[in-house]
Design a protein around this ligand. Sequence first.
Ligand code: NAD
Length: 327
Amino acid sequence: MKTILVTGCAGFIGSHTAELFLKLGNRVIGLDNLAPTYSIEIKRRNLEQVRAHASNPENFIFIEGNIRNSNIVENALKAHHPDLIVHLAALAGVQPSIKNPSEYMEVNVTGTVNLLESAHKLGIKNFILASSSSVYGTNSKVPFSEADRVNHPISPYAASKRSCELLAYTYSHLYQMKIACLRFFTVYGPRQRPDLAIYKFTQAILNDQLIQIYGDGTSQRDYTYISDIVEGIGLTSEWIQSEKAERNRFEIFNLGESQTVPLNQLVSLLEKTLNKKAKVEHAPYLPGDVPITYADLAHSKEILGYQPKVKIEEGINKFCDWYLNQK
Ligand code: NAD
């Protein structure tokens, strides 16, 4: 049995990740401050669902704490000495980062340094870090490869995630830590953050409200279903704890579907699945938004054996089922 610290475990990806590690028979320590970025009730419900996967209560310990506070982070690591840290806690989302850049830097960058520094001090060598496809900015070469230059992030959120990757490299170099940065491509599925398009559009269609489409609806996203992301995190945890990672201690992996979907097609798919027409209003593109995201998966397939399975049609079906049932 391994002990795994999952930061952001009350959130969307974190709660699914904590469940995976519990199902695999590990002990999970969750760290999250229940940030009011969306309903705290949703986060508490996520935690209840995680807890239900612990075969005994000691296998899931939740610490309500802020990663901005280095003492809280260090005490959590000292008390439980995890074999692996999966760092998912962050302020996510592009638009709020433009309104509130300093808070994004403090949580995402300083919070990450607090975790890396405490891990180093306590000799914890295995570290997985959530990055984002947003680091590719307006990269015109598609699909996006980990070898592409990523020096032009176009939002504070993207810049904060790229900064985390750079710091992760520094810690890996200085202290021989094994660190994998995972660039997630627009993740969706049950428990999705309510601020994300698929959730917002579903809610608006069902409530006869207007959907706002920024631009002409041709912008494209590589939408990734949550079970594929969680499988990718599981594969990364196997890789990082294996001999292979000793030879190459720092890695960046894209985790996407490698299938782009234009916004208009996404809306049509939701209309078909919900059997209801959307009321659409067009608005100008927002600063910070990128025209396309598209993952090249060659590297994550080769090193991790990552193979996403859920196509958008199936994923949207599953998401809508979940959405309707939770209501
Ligand atoms: P989420 O908001 O549902 O989860 C993040 C969690 O972090 C929340 O539960 C929040 O309470 C916690 N948190 C925030 N600030 C904290 C702090 N100061 N201290 C402790 N905990 C704090 O978001 P998510 O969609 O699950 O994203 C998880 C990670 O994946 C984030 O790092 C995000 O940047 C990254 N990511 C997500 C997506 C996506 O499409 N969802 C895409 C790319 C990258």
